[in-house]
Design a binder for this molecule. Structure first.
Ligand SMILES: Cc1cc2nc3c(=O)[nH]c(=O)nc-3n(C[C@H](O)[C@H](O)[C@H](O)COP(=O)(O)OP(=O)(O)OC[C@H]3O[C@@H](n4cnc5c(N)ncnc54)[C@H](O)[C@@H]3O)c2cc1C
Length: 333
């Protein structure tokens, strides 16, 4: 489950009522949150200094949880190998460029009036020829497509994860909320959208946040986590709700990027000549990978409609640029 800790104002939102009326979530009382070890009403001075919200209750979503991306990737890799697909790891594709369909062997090709396509991929492992190229490099799509003159409509922002280990984290982990759960739910704090994910194997939790102001849009090759960001920005808030976490330590940390579609925070999937682009996962690319893969497959095969995993269908162009028809994704955490 996902446990959204909330103050009364948020608990009263229409979206909360809708989730409950659709049978997708339930309200958890403040007393149950206290039993897990949370301070539901932070001290007055901390509340004022850190601009904290109270925890008056929570919304527990049912059909949500945690997954292991490595295992999903390993599964698909083994299935695809059985189907004859080859993988080339540690192979960097250099900048992509359109080439003339018919070469004139004249300096400066291709010219405006020549038919162009993306045919040869220059890589650190030699040149590959492709009828169709699918660019699914998410945050790095910009870097790859800039030289080809194609706008990928996304911007990268660093996101960090801090792994917190210690007896209090281990104790919190054992608090399940429903019979089918084996660990505590993935938890969203009432302030700043800070999230806490259980790591069942190690009795640790991961803490992260999607911060905005003064967090630049940039594409770093090797983004580094900032321990001082945990110490100065995250820990004071966590400690106000979970003072026992003062005895926990940061046992590891890492950083990556969210590749933001800054308008509606949903993927872009579109075709330019013989190039298909799937990018802009906006922090939900694992969860949405199945759906996006299906849209890519439809674009490749020229199908106007895409059938999703649950049998429902969407127009393939809905996630494109020209005929875009999506609502804004509000669940970016
Ligand atoms: C801290 C953090 C937490 C997250 N949590 C969640 C979550 O809980 N749920 C969720 O759904 N999503 C989450 N995400 C987002 C998720 O990781 C991405 O949306 C997802 O990985 C996107 O998948 P992708 O295959 O499109 O791109 P990526 O996973 O980014 O893969 C792109 C690949 O392209 C490769 N590449 C780039 N440039 C080149 C080049 N020139 N040549 C060759 N290869 C290249 C890269 O090396 C990379 O392997 C999180 C992201 C971060 C950073």
């Amino acid at each position: 489950g996902y446990l959204f800790l909330m103050d009364n104002k948020r608990l009263d939102q229409d979206v909360v009522k809708t989730f409950i009326s659709e049978g997708r979530a339930e309200i958890v009382q403040e007393s149950s949150i206290s039993e897990m070890g949370y301070i539901t009403k932070p001290k007055k001075d901390e509340k004022e200094l850190l601009n904290l919200s109270d925890i008056d209750g929570a919304l527990l979503g049912y059909n949500c949880g945690i997954i292991e991306p490595d295992r999903i990737c390993a599964y698909y890799e083994s299935e695809l190998r059985k189907m004859g697909v080859s993988f080339f790891y540690n192979t960097e594709v250099k900048n992509l460029r359109f080439e003339p369909q018919t070469r004139l062997n004249y300096p400066g090709e291709p010219f405006l009036w020549q038919k162009m396509e993306m045919r040869n991929l220059e890589t650190s492992n030699g040149t590959f020829r492709a009828e169709t190229t699918i660019v699914c490099a998410d945050m790095w799509t910009n870097v790859l497509l800039n030289s080809a003159g194609i706008d990928s409509h996304v911007r990268g922002k660093k996101r960090q994860v801090f792994r917190i280990t210690g007896e209090p984290a281990s104790r919190l982990m054992s608090h399940t909320m429903r019979p089918e759960q084996t660990v505590m739910p993935f938890t969203i704090f009432p302030s700043y959208g800070i999230v806490m994910r259980p790591e069942p194997g190690s009795s640790s939790v991961w803490i992260s946040v999607a911060d905005d102001y003064n967090r630049p849009f940039e594409e770093e090759d090797d983004p580094k986590p900032e321990p001082e960001f945990y110490e100065n920005s995250l820990f004071p808030v966590i400690r106000s709700y979970l003072p026992q976490f003062s005895s926990c330590r940061v046992s590891s940390m890492w950083a990556g990027h969210y590749s933001y579609n800054t308008i509606d925070r949903t993927h872009y999937v579109f075709k330019e000549g013989n190039l298909i682009v799937a990018t802009g996962s906006s922090g939900s690319g694992i969860m949405k990978a199945d759906a996006i893969g299906r849209v890519v497959s439809s674009l490749y095969s020229g199908r106007k409609k895409t059938t999703l995993y649950d049998g429902s269908s969407i127009q393939t162009g809905d996630l494109g640029v020209e005929e875009r028809h999506v609502s804004t994704e509000h669940m970016v955490i």
